[in-house]
Design a protein around this ligand. Structure first.
Ligand code: SAM
Length: 148
């Protein structure tokens, strides 16, 4: 990413800002980063952490608020939008990604027993070219690029 276009980077589930810090550290000066966290304490702490970085905005709210800042060149779904929780509607990559933009969903378990509907959803999404990256025998991420 550091060598690519400035771009717009989104994240759902800021937590305490660890992933956001990695993203910000690799993002070029012209990037903008928006992350949303529903827990007010975490959102406030993360907003304080990034107060000195004008590229970064931390929102407190439901993950769907990220849509107001789309389209993204890179979108990390780490707290909402991954479609992993029962009944949770997955994010719409066509609405949230710029053409050629990438979405990342992590914390899958390759080879786990039984069906994995969220993993199947992302790997088979018609608007994406998606692959699963196996990071450890029991851990993988799915990365999908919006075609066109
Ligand atoms: C796995 S943690 C995020 C870790 C963080 N991205 C990091 O790299 O350190 C998930 C976070 O998502 C938040 N979260 C869960 N559901 C959410 C939702 N519907 N909207 C916004 N945030 C949500 C949780 O409060 C939690 O802080």
């Amino acid at each position: 990413m550091a060598g690519g276009a400035a771009g717009a980077i989104g994240e759902t589930g800021t937590g305490c800002g660890v992933g956001l810090a990695w993203l910000a550290s690799a993002a070029p000066p012209g990037a903008r980063l928006v992350s949303v966290e529903r827990d007010p304490g975490r959102a406030e702490a993360a907003a304080r952490l990034f107060a000195g970085d004008g590229r970064v905005t931390v929102l407190c709210g439901d993950w769907r608020e990220i849509a107001g800042h789309a389209p993204f060149d890179l979108l990390v779904l780490d707290g909402g939008g991954g479609g992993k929780a029962p009944g949770e509607e997955p994010a719409d990559p066509e609405a949230l990604l710029a053409p050629g933009g990438a979405v990342v969903i992590d914390d899958f378990t390759p080879g786990r027993a039984g069906p994995d509907p969220a993993r199947a959803h992302w790997l088979g999404h018609p608007a994406l070219r998606a692959v699963e990256l196996r990071l450890a025998p029991d851990l993988s991420s799915v990365v999908g690029v919006r075609a066109g």
